[in-house]
Design a protein around this ligand. Sequence first.
Ligand SMILES: [Zn+2]
Length: 377
Amino acid sequence: MKEVYSKIRLVILGTVAATTATTYGFTLLASFKPFTSPTYYVDIEGSAINGTPFNALVEEAMENLNQALPPLMQLSAKREYADPCMTGDGKNTLALTETFCGEPWNEFGASGVAHLSYTGQIIANTIDVEADISLSRMSDESFRGAAGHELSHALGLDHSIFASSILKSPESRVARLPIDDPTPDDLCGIKFLHGDPTNCEIYLAGSARTDGKPTTAMFFGGGSSEEGHTYQENFHIKYVSPLLLDLRETWPSLFPELAPNVLDVMATIVVEQGDFDKKGKLYVIAELGGELLALNSDEQWQPIAPDLSNLVAAQSKTLHIANEVYVIEKLDLQRSGLADMDVNFFLGYTVDDEPTNLTFSPTPIKVSIRNESPSLE
Ligand SMILES: [Zn+2]
């Protein structure tokens, strides 16, 4: 399938830009995959506040993303300056600039921008892109993160709802840890577009439809205790008395051993190509102790019948190619009162045209919660 672009289209993506009305999954900018030359012109004078030269931080950001990129797409910096405001010169650029192409950064309301200019034709879902990235001094404190954020846009990813994603919009960042590096979820998004998504840490193997037809849908997800920096299956709760919890809240530094034991479970549902842009619903089903519960749109878990006859949806939306879902967001294991338990979370979606035909992941996200009795020594 070919689509001819008669004009150059300019897409501007700010890290704090007002253009980000909606955020989605490890999310994709468009239904096609941008192909950017892996070489960027980068020659930035000076060092960040922590003393590391800006050029070295850009290279670190590239190395981070290269983990997910195939050999021919390994990002690299050519130590030569090129003007990021020169669109259409065929050069990818990354520069630290005093203004955004003449517009003061504070008026522009962003600390960084990736302009992606698409040229030529979409062939086999791929289109050539020139990426010109401008970063302001506002991004100094987290320069590697800012560079990684814009480079990830250039690879075709959109903003994420997940707190620690390098693609989280900075204006809504609430993560406890600095966001300088991509999460496994971010790297999965890059692999989904440019590599092998089944070779991805949080890929949930297989996909199926209730009508038995084959599907190309894919499911990703896992549990994390640090907002997605790493994923794991087992979560341990150390027994803590309510009094100690209160003391810990008053003087957290005195009780470091009671560090918050927070559970996040995050998932991305990739729909099949033909279902993109259709109205549909996303489902999350928890299986625990032989019972089934479905996450409803009020973020409550509702019991459902084993034949799914009263299944409720977590979200109703126009389906994007990749759709992010917070299955569990910041559950405080210590305060939740949960004891030893094993939960399987299954993901699925339907399109509104065929509401009874569920496309789902036969492989669940497995979460085990274990109590650790206090040890008396
Ligand atoms: Zn952005």
